[in-house]
Design a protein around this ligand. Structure first.
Ligand SMILES: *Cc1c(COP(=O)(O)O)cnc(C)c1O
Length: 388
């Protein structure tokens, strides 16, 4: 049996994988078993922020591997402390809890919100308002937070205490807050899995006002949008709001599992000793990789992300076979005339790996993708779209 056959036989059937078996890569190129080269326009769903086998990231990880790979959270390690300091200093937040994934980061934020509600207003103030079409993870609680029925049907009962309001409809959020005992509102500023759709700035600001007025927490899920993806260090910075809690994962570790829940002045001490924990959380190797990512996400780098984004939006808007382009930074959704599936299959054929989100083709290239490589990929994607 070849690798694909072995995988099909022994790995759980939860993924509709593309018929590509990746062996290696460098930067924004990936290579399959036959040595075929692909331009990587998905970066492992926004994870390999600096591409595959990036020299600086590799060196940071290898250095840490030679020291200690895991200690548990019973002891202090330098990478964990340094990364927490970097995240706080660059966002104005106060404390970081480390886990290993986006869903875990959101679980932590939800625990913070419930405890905050209980401390401030009483135990029954435990409802969290999220948005329809959102995505917050695959655990039973983050599925409950996710505002898409198709994820809920098979796994009842989910964690209770979530209501879903309509995106860009402030009255819908206000009603949800009025009708329930709410402790937090949780949003993605750009809905990723929901189709790469940025919320209206006024809507996000309106939510922040409701949160301040009612003393409920604003949680921003930056799992996909964070760490430079939108051309801002975190997307809330583009929306001019300061969250009480934000979560991130995906690109943070640059390819190793790492997620975190970040708390501000108001929420920093909500969780105390014994209230939460994770065996792997804050793993020194993951954190060493993340430090090398964070160090490079400076103003100049982010300006370059914005420039590349402008190029992509300009090329694809009004291109033949493209109905619309959405998103922000290097988080791009393309509504195509032909089904997205066909475009993606044709791009694979031509050596470009794209993602999908709902009915769109989604692009999440490495943030440091060279301009010439980006141009080649966009040309192939445009050609595929144009065949109608
Ligand atoms: C991917 C994603 C998650 C879940 O992250 P995992 O690491 O898969 O648990 C949560 N929220 C958003 C916005 C995401 O894009």
């Amino acid at each position: 049996m070849n690798n694909i056959e072995i995988d099909k036989k022994y790995v759980a059937n939860t993924y509709a994988r593309f018929p590509v078996s990746i062996v290696s890569g460098k930067g924004s190129y990936l290579y399959d078993e036959k040595g075929k080269e692909y331009i990587d326009m998905g970066s492992g769903i926004g994870v390999t922020a600096f591409g595959i086998s990036d020299d600086e990231w590799n060196q940071a990880v290898i250095n840490q591997l030679g020291k200690v790979q895991h200690t548990s959270n019973l002891y202090y390690t330098q990478p964990c402390a340094t990364l927490a300091m970097m995240i706080c200093e660059r966002t104005g937040m106060r404390k970081v809890f480390f886990g290993n994934s986006g869903a875990e980061a959101n679980e932590c934020a939800i625990k913070v919100a419930r405890k905050y509600g209980a401390d401030k207003k009483g135990k029954d103030y435990n409802v969290i308002v999220t948005l329809k079409n959102s995505f917050h993870g695959r655990t039973l609680t983050t599925l409950a937070a996710t505002g898409q029925d198709k994820f809920h049907e098979l796994f009842q009962p989910l964690t209770s205490g979530f209501v879903h309001a309509t995106a860009n409809d402030l009255d819908s959020v206000k009603n949800a807050v009025k009708e329930n005992k709410v402790c937090a509102i949780m949003i993605e500023c750009v809905q990723g899995e929901g189709g790469v759709i940025a919320l209206d700035k006024e809507f996000v600001k309106g939510i922040k006002e409701i949160c301040d007025k009612e003393d409920i927490l604003l949680i921003v899920d930056e799992v996909q949008t964070g760490n430079g993806r939108t051309g801002y260090l975190y997307s809330f910075m583009a929306f001019d709001v300061e969250p009480d809690v934000f979560t991130t994962a995906k690109g943070l570790g640059g390819g190793l599992p790492l997620g975190c829940c970040v708390m501000n002045e108001k929420t920093q001490n909500v969780l105390g000793f014994g209230d939460h924990g994770s065996t792997f959380g804050g793993n020194p190797i993951s954190c060493a990789g993340a430090i090398s990512v964070m160090e490079r996400l400076d103003g100049e780098f982010l300006t370059n992300v914005k420039r590349k984004s402008e190029y992509v939006f300009k090329e694809l808007s009004n291109a033949k076979g493209v109905e619309s382009v959405s998103g922000m930074g290097l988080m791009v959704g393309i509504k195509t005339v032909r089904p997205a599936k066909e475009i993606i299959a044709e791009c694979i054929e031509k050596g470009v790996l794209c993602l999908s989100a709902k009915d769109k083709v989604r692009l999440l290239p490495a943030l440091n993708i060279p301009m010439s490589v980006l141009e080649n990929a966009i040309k192939i994607i445009k050609d595929a779209c144009a065949k109608i």
